[in-house]
Unconditional design. Structure first.
Length: 169
């Protein structure tokens, strides 16, 4: 099993690092990121994104900003989904507990890339991360569910690494 430590804040990723790793894994250019933020209803200038990609952005993003990017990524990859009957606006999935941001990130990437649980297990296996189907399921449960487990950084980093390797093939 791969064990990874991260620079910066005592071994845990902040939201800026999460976004940097995601954009690097998928080979996004600054303009792609600006467009994805726009699809998530956040205005971000190209200059701001350039600083981010060069590691010059010293303040971490708020959880809502990262979540808006992930929502934009879903629209970028899959297109806008129609509202359900009787629904007047989209209810964003909000991060209630900062420890759940990795869970939200994995869920939204699963949706954005139309992945099944089996696809995700295969991706984890490609980067030598051992995770059972039950453990993966517990990461996707609703926060507060008795079987809910917080997702560690190692799963997000490994998942992004596997996605990056696949996108280069």
């Amino acid at each position: 099993m791969i064990v990874m430590m991260f620079e910066g804040n005592g071994g845990f990723m902040n939201n800026t690092e999460r976004l940097m790793r995601l954009s690097q894994a998928l080979g996004f250019e600054a303009l792609d990121i600006v467009e994805i933020f726009e699809l998530g209803h956040i205005e971000m200038r190209e200059e701001e994104v350039e600083k981010l990609l060069l590691g010059q952005n010293t303040s971490p993003f708020e959880y809502e900003t990262l979540e808006a990017f992930l929502n934009g990524l879903i629209v970028f990859n899959r297109g806008e989904s129609p509202l359900k009957p009787g629904q007047t606006e989209r209810k964003p999935m909000t991060v209630e507990d900062p420890r759940s941001i990795n869970n939200v990130m994995l869920k939204k990437m699963k949706i954005a890339f139309s992945l099944s649980s089996e696809d995700m297990l295969d991706l984890f296996k490609e980067v030598e991360i051992s995770i059972s189907k039950d453990k993966l399921s517990s990461l996707f449960r609703k926060e507060g569910h008795k079987s809910y487990k917080y997702c560690r950084d190692v799963y997000v980093v490994g998942f992004l690494k596997a996605l990056g390797q696949r996108s280069m093939m």
